[in-house]
Every structure is written in structure tokens, then in C-alpha cells.
Design a protein around this ligand. Structure first.
Ligand code: SAH
Length: 214
């Protein structure tokens, strides 16, 4: 384990602020979240670099800039974010950041080995407002809907219908990377049957796999 990670985390956060992340609440939380606890021991020396890193099973822990950006976008919604669903738990880092900002966090992951490790990390960090499920994120988590926000951390070839249906009809917000090789971040807000969409830049994520669980 890294000793004194706070200094490195503060430097990373200063970099994120320079890159345009203006939400100081998100930055403060990232400054005190031990990203090194979310990756294999052999990569710990890179934990506070602004890059995605491999976490096993062909998956990655997202780039800190993207975690900050997506979290900040979620918080810009007009309705309060009290109940949020994340699709693609992976390492659990994004989940842990959300859990320090939002009352109730739900997270779905299709690879059980990753989910198991993420659960263990949440316990160690004493984050108890998270419910995790092993399942296919294309389906969302219907029994827990509606959600004030849904954040997808893998790229979907198209926006899953189930996620649109599980957004709170009174301004619920979905943040999702869409595309295959070329991906863009989309922000969709729901008002009744009206879905308003904005684009928020190019991104690079592992694919949101359909169906089969691992
Ligand atoms: N937020 C994570 C990102 C991990 S990468 C982190 O920062 O660590 C994306 C994750 O999405 C992977 O763990 C992958 O297994 C998961 N994933 C891909 N397709 C999925 C699906 N259909 N349902 C649930 N999770 C999925």
C-alpha cells in the first residue's frame, strides 16, 4: 500500500481543475479517495496519474478526469441526486466517489470476480450506502427504479431503452458513452415522455457487453 497518498491525490486533483473540472465538491472527494486501493498492487505506483489502468478481466479503472467529468455532469441536473444507478462497477472507484456525494447508490456489474473485489473495497472504506448486483446493465435495475441519475461507465452501441425507462420522469439524468470505436458522451434528461439530449465530447471506454454474464 502507498504511504501518504494524500499528497499525490491533491496533485492529481489540481491537474483535473486545470483541465476544466470546476465542481470543487467532486474534486474534494476525489482528493480523499484512495484510488490506489482500487487496482492491482503492481500498478499502485501509477494510481494518481490521470490515466485509465487495467484491473484484470480485460477491463479498466476509468481515467480520473472522466470520473470527475461524469460525476460533475450528473450533479448539474436540476433535480436533487439522491438515488443513482451506475452501470459497470469495475474496480468500484467511480462507485466510491458517487457514494460520498449521493444518499443511495446502486451499481450493476456483469463480471462477478470484479464485483466481489469491489464489494470488499466498499466494506474496507466503510461505504455502506451502496447496493451492488451481478447482472446485465442493459436491463438496468428495474425493481429499484426510478433513478434521479444513471451513469454508465462502458460504451453502449446505442442507448439502452431500459435505462431511459428507469429515469425519474421529473428531470432524471442519464450520462452515457455511446459508440463503438468512435464514442461520444451523451447526457439525456427525461421530462415525462420527452427526452432531451446533449453531447459532451469524445470519450474512450471498454464496451458495454450485451446479455451473457461472466
Ligand atoms: N467504473 C469502473 C469502470 C470499469 S470498466 C471503474 O472506474 O473501475 C467498465 C465495466 O463495465 C467493466 O467492469 C465491465 O465488466 C462492465 N460491463 C460491461 N458490460 C456490462 C453490462 N452489460 N452490464 C454490467 N456491467 C458491464
Amino acid at each position: 500500500m502507498l504511504k501518504n497518498f494524500q499528497g499525490q491525490a491533491r496533485k492529481l486533483v489540481a491537474q483535473l481543475a486545470q483541465l476544466g473540472i470546476a465542481d470543487t465538491t467532486v474534486l474534494d472527494i476525489m482528493a480523499r479517495t484512495p484510488r490506489h486501493a482500487f487496482m492491482p498492487e503492481s500498478l499502485v505506483h501509477k494510481a494518481y496519474e490521470n490515466t485509465a489502468l487495467p484491473i484484470g478481466n480485460g477491463q479498466t479503472i476509468s481515467q480520473p478526469f472522466i470520473v470527475a467529468k461524469m460525476t460533475a455532469i450528473l450533479r448539474q441536473a436540476e433535480r436533487p441526486m439522491q438515488k443513482v444507478l451506475e452501470i459497470g462497477t469495475g474496480s468500484g472507484y467511480q462507485t466510491a466517489v458517487l457514494a460520498q456525494l449521493i444518499e443511495q447508490v446502486f451499481s450493476v456489474e456483469r463480471i462477478s470476480a470484479l464485483q466481489y473485489q469491489a464489494k470488499r473495497r466498499m466494506k474496507q472504506l466503510e461505504l455502506h450506502n451502496i447496493q451492488m448486483r451481478h447482472g446485465d446493465g442493459w436491463e438496468g435495475w428495474r425493481s429499484k427504479a426510478p433513478f434521479d441519475g444513471i451513469l454508465v461507465t462502458a460504451a453502449a452501441v446505442q442507448v439502452p431503452e431500459a435505462l431511459l425507462a428507469q429515469l425519474n420522469p421529473d428531470g432524471g439524468r442519464l450520462v452515457i458513452p455511446v459508440g463503438d470505436r468512435q464514442q461520444e458522451l451523451r447526457v439525456i434528461e427525461r421530462f415525462g415522455d420527452d427526452y432531451r439530449e446533449q453531447k459532451s465530447g469524445e470519450v474512450r471506454f471498454v464496451p458495454l457487453v450485451k446479455g451473457e454474464l461472466a
